[in-house]
Design a protein around this ligand. Structure first.
Ligand SMILES: *Cc1c(COP(=O)(O)O)cnc(C)c1O
Length: 490
């Protein structure tokens, strides 16, 4: 049997040709891999070595602009009267460079925590978060969160919208001396499909919503927003729409009684292309069908069409970051098992969802050697001693990668959402795995600006753990001895 090359394998499996666009954030030209069709990853490896984290902020701008364009197309097509508001769910990635890029692209802000409101307040004071943007505050709210909301409102930010998650929050917020625009989260949406059991703890039941409406009538506060979130990475369009249907009806019924209601917020769930090369989702089609459905239901109940809000977490940021890791050594697998490619990092620290989410995948691509035969392998993190530091997990099929071994560099994509927050960016990691050099690429006034932060050093890691080392600032650099050959087009 003729041995299959990596290029042929990608073609037969994913119809990726190895020349031109591969996904909506990756492309390949003359044998070199590009991020956002702009940043040559092979060149970055030459210049900075590995391991390297690449942050390509313009991808966030692209994601937001695309969605806004699809929404305006859908509004025109369906003659939808309400506006479409794109909010960034910051819990997907709180990094300053990430949040600021999303705001610059026009995003509204969705918070999940007290400190998140502090950050929003700080950005609002500085004008980075303009006055016309909403700040929707979700999640269960302890005292500090409720106080942060009231503080920013009393500072003059009128667009802060606490989304009430239980009646106790309503009691506390009602005492705010300045009038608040409030939202309510529908509890029924959380696990209507039976697939998201943990999600049904959020929000109010229908009878609690009635209580809230009666209570607010006695105050100067208003109910303006109805929140219904059904899940995350929802790739089945029919299911997404069918599950939201009951929430749209509930909105309309409530709107008949509460004329101040004007936002329907479907929360998160919009899927990202970051996890699979064969991902497909018709975003424009989805928005068109959603607006059609809302419009139809509103007409049925004789209420005006609401402004539609989506809170985009994964969709906004999963694709704007990747890691470049290098195979430093290989180890033969046991009898009948694939070989191990040992990389200069930790997979479980880089993408903890591989352990937390059943069957979570990430796109992993070699930078070179596409003309070489493929071989089934598993990646293992060399900077931990953990038997779970393996991708793909042992109950999943191995990866097919060029049979090159040592010296091969792979791009680990789709890690921009949740992964760094879960693993604790800037912290002391499993087996003291140091964070790699970070290269942040931004576009400011049409110019591309590069900024790098050094790898985490040993002194920092020891200090984080309470040791008082002499500040030697020795960078943790376990560079490969292998010299990379510069490989031109293949
Ligand atoms: C996490 C979360 C989001 C973002 O979800 P994604 O699926 O990542 O887009 C949006 N809204 C709320 C209330 C959330 O908790």
């Amino acid at each position: 049997m003729k041995q299959q090359t990596y290029a042929r394998y990608l073609w037969s499996e994913y119809q990726c040709s190895g020349e031109g666009a591969m996904t909506d954030f990756l492309s390949r030209h003359d044998g070199q891999l590009y991020f956002g069709d702009t940043v040559n990853l092979n060149e970055l490896v030459e210049r900075y070595g590995t391991p390297l984290e690449v942050v390509y902020c313009p991808q966030i701008t692209t994601q937001i602009r695309r969605m806004q364009a699809w929404a305006s197309q859908a509004r025109q097509q369906t003659h939808y009267d309400g506006r479409f508001l794109y909010a960034y769910a910051t819990k997907a990635n709180f990094a300053a460079e990430t949040v600021q890029t999303a705001l610059a692209a026009g995003a509204h802000y969705e918070t999940s925590a007290a400190t998140d409101v502090e950050i929003a307040g700080h950005l609002w004071q500085r004008g980075t978060l303009p006055d016309d943007r909403l700040i929707c505050c979700n999640g269960s709210k302890e005292t500090a969160y409720l106080e942060a909301i009231q503080k920013i409102r009393l500072d003059g930010c009128t667009n802060i919208v606490p989304v009430v998650d239980d009646l106790h929050e309503l009691q506390v917020l009602s005492a705010c001396p300045a009038p608040l625009q409030m939202g309510v989260r529908e509890r029924a949406a959380g696990n209507r499909d039976g697939r998201h059991p943990g999600n049904n703890r959020f929000g109010l039941t229908a009878s609690e919503i009635d209580t809230m409406v009666e209570h607010l009538a006695e105050t100067s506060h208003q109910l303006v927003l109805y929140h219904a979130m059904i899940g995350s990475q929802v790739e089945d369009q029919d299911h997404f729409l069918a599950t939201l249907g009951d929430s749209i009806r509930a909105y309309c019924q409530l709107r008949q009684r509460v004329p101040s209601l004007r936002y329907f917020n479907f929360g998160g769930g919009m899927p990202t292309s970051g996890y699979r090369l064969d991902f497909q989702f018709d975003y424009a089609g989805f928005l068109t069908r959603l607006m059609t459905e809302i419009k139809r239901t509103c007409q049925q109940y004789n209420v005006p069409m609401p402004d539609l809000i989506g809170e985009f977490g994964r969709y906004t940021v999963a694709t704007h970051r990747l890691y470049l890791l290098e195979v430093g050594s290989t180890k033969a697998g046991q009898q009948g098992e694939p070989d191990w490619y040992l990389v200069n990092g930790s997979l479980m620290v880089s993408m903890p969802d591989m352990l937390l989410v059943d069957d979570q995948e990430f796109v992993i691509l070699p930078l070179d050697h596409w003309d070489q035969p493929v071989q089934p392998v598993r990646l293992a993190g060399r900077r931990t001693c953990d038997s779970d530091d393996v991708y793909p997990a042992l109950n999943r099929p191995p990866l097919l990668l060029p049979a090159v071994g040592s010296g091969m560099v792979v791009a680990v994509c789709g890690i921009g959402a949740y992964q760094q927050m879960l693993s604790g960016r800037g912290g002391a990691h499993h087996c003291l795995t140091p964070e790699p050099r970070r290269l942040i690429i931004k576009e400011v006034a049409g110019r591309t600006i590069l900024h790098t932060t050094p790898p985490q050093d040993q002194t920092t890691i020891m200090q984080l753990l309470g040791y008082q080392p002499q500040p030697t600032a020795t960078p943790v650099r376990i560079r490969s001895l292998h010299r990379r050959r510069r490989k031109k087009a293949s």
